[in-house]
Design a protein around this ligand. Sequence first.
Ligand code: SAM
Length: 313
Amino acid sequence: MIQNSTKKMTDTPQNISNKTPASSQSENNGLEPKKIAIKPGFYLVSTPIGNLRDITFRALDVLSSVDLIICEDTRVTGKLMRAYGFKKKMQVYNDHATEGQRDKLIEAVQNNLSVAVMSDAGTPMVSDPGYKLIRLAIENDLYVTTIPGPNAVLPALQLSGMPTDKFSFLGFLPNKTMARQKALNEWDNTPGTLVMYETGPRLVDSLKDIKKVLGNRQVAVARELTKIYEETRRGTLKEMILHYENEGAPKGEIVLIVGQPVEEIISTDSIENQLKQALTTMSVRDAAELVAKATGKPKKTIYTLALKLGSAG
Ligand code: SAM
């Protein structure tokens, strides 16, 4: 059954400023954002994924204290800084950055500059730029630290209703069907929950490919997290495909969470018939794999049955 939960939240920062609030230090334990002494290095700063109030005090301290902020888009980051009431020198750093740009940033830190690394939203380097730069900084023995905060993966996992003790993050699946199915194939036998980033226009095609490769499974579509129209829709792949085919592509940003195969009530007769059919053209191993996927039953059980049927025939 498909479930849906929507809640209203504000994405407007209220009273956000890096000025000292009216309350005294003893009343709030000195938690107001402040300029701090900062040593040269790279500071990986996480920023909100929607709701501007989701930012840590330390993120604001660091952003307002570093010498330079490198970011994907100075308009996006500029807007964020204005919302929090400070200005800072910015420079674009994205996936197209050259080796020369990286070398200059490394040199800047070697010359005692402090640099904050930001993405448009969430945690830098999680399906966002920064990996090559930070690897180079580590190789050069430079100071690198993180200011942890928002990202879209863990909140989506929390809301999915799927097991959270073991999960794999797949990033974005490839755009094209063949490449997507090939990529999904690698995760077929992975235990635990699968988490991936997705977009509205691709959603139904991706759901169909996931069902084709991984079988019918529980799935959750977490959309517009922390924003006004936050929504988490849960159901089986079959149900969700039907829903979005009827409703059309959803708007906004999406994280897809895929659980383990759905246990369907399938009679032993039906499994035996499917296996007999498959065994007319396939090896025992391939037939067992196909039927296990189609029925969502454990491969080992189906393989034992296939062996029995294979030797009987
Ligand atoms: N670095 C970011 C993070 O920490 O989550 C993610 C950057 S990645 C380029 C952007 C993708 O993250 C979106 O396409 C979407 O899949 C997911 N995403 C970001 N914000 C989201 C939100 N508020 N709700 C749901 N998904 C979101």
